[in-house]
Design a protein around this ligand. Structure first.
Ligand code: SF4
Length: 297
């Protein structure tokens, strides 16, 4: 009898695989079926009751049946072995690729932030071929209203920081770890970051910036998967490859990641602006950007 998975189990497994893909997990491993065991069972049949010809014929039939069973089992279980690439990996145009990620996100209800007062999902904005990408924590009230990251007071400061680097906001790509506003602008919780960040990883893999600047502790710790203080994380580049996301360019080797303070924190403690400027100067040097004579306030 051909082996088939129970339909309910099959659906549960397929759902589990889909969930893993959304979390950026693609590779699954299992042992190959042991065909030799099936054959060994055939060879152990009692030979005394039939002629050699009948036994040979019977063995041929049973081996054929068992091979079919193994083949059916492998076909069934291929739903666990064949990774389903994200749709954007099949195209090279980053604009279309980002659009596909946005469509995949849909009217997302994957984490509890969807039911905690968000007005809309704030996906990301900017140049889909940007060399520099900024990643913040999550949308605030202004961002939630306008559907664009960094448009409030902190956004104004980020714009000034970008301008001070000698480039324009339109030149960079800007996104957040979570795409829905946490209620009362609270810090996004770990499970929310873990659920939403695979989409950010896919955005990074599509844009392929030369440098990602993580703004603040939440973005830095989420991207680097490190639990360290800002003072420990700042002041150096990290080699960064977005976890679980595959670039639309197979030759892409990842990006550099730098850490600096979140503009909202700099608004609360302007004394740290000089430190943030040092971080940005490090990025500018790497990207070959001309340092302006005077940093913008
Ligand atoms: S924060 Fe992200 S994962 Fe959570 S509901 Fe919004 S889009 Fe979905």
């Amino acid at each position: 009898m051909p082996h088939t998975l129970d339909p309910q189990l099959r659906r549960a497994l397929a759902e589990r695989v889909r969930y893993c893909h959304e979390m950026g997990i693609y590779d699954f491993y299992r042992r190959e079926p042991r065909v030799s065991e099936s054959v060994a069972v055939v060879e152990s049949d009692d030979p005394s009751s039939t002629s050699p010809e009948q036994r040979e014929e019977k063995q041929r039939e049973e081996m054929a049946a068992r091979k079919s069973a193994v083949a059916a089992k492998v076909a069934d279980e291929n739903i666990l072995r064949v990774p389903t690439p994200h749709a954007e990996q099949k195209i090279t145009d980053p604009i279309a690729a980002l659009k596909l990620i946005r469509e995949d996100l849909g009217d997302c209800t994957r984490c509890k932030l969807h039911k905690q007062g968000r007005k809309q999902i704030v996906f990301g904005v900017g140049n889909p071929r940007a060399e520099l990408m900024f990643v913040g924590e999550g949308p605030g009230a202004d961002e939630d209203t306008q559907g664009e990251p960094f448009v409030g007071r902190a956004g104004q400061l980020l714009n000034n920081m970008i301008k001070a680097m000698g480039i324009r906001r339109e030149d960079v790509y800007i996104a957040n770890v979570v795409k829905c506003r946490p209620p009362g602008n609270r810090t996004p919780e770990r499970d929310e970051c873990e659920t939403c960040s695979p989409f950010l990883m896919r955005q990074i893999a599509v844009v392929k910036p030369k440098v990602v600047v993580a703004l603040g502790a939440v973005a830095s710790k989420s991207l680097l998967a490190m639990n360290a203080s800002m003072s420990e994380l700042r002041g150096r580049f990290y080699d960064f490859m977005p976890a679980g996301a595959r670039s639309i360019d197979p030759n892409w080797q990842g990006t550099k990641l730098a850490v600096t303070y979140h503009p909202a924190y700099l608004l609360r403690d302007p004394r740290q602006k000089g430190e943030a400027w040092k971080d940005l100067q490090m990025v500018m040097k790497f990207l070959g950007l001309e340092p302006p004579k005077k940093p913008a306030e």
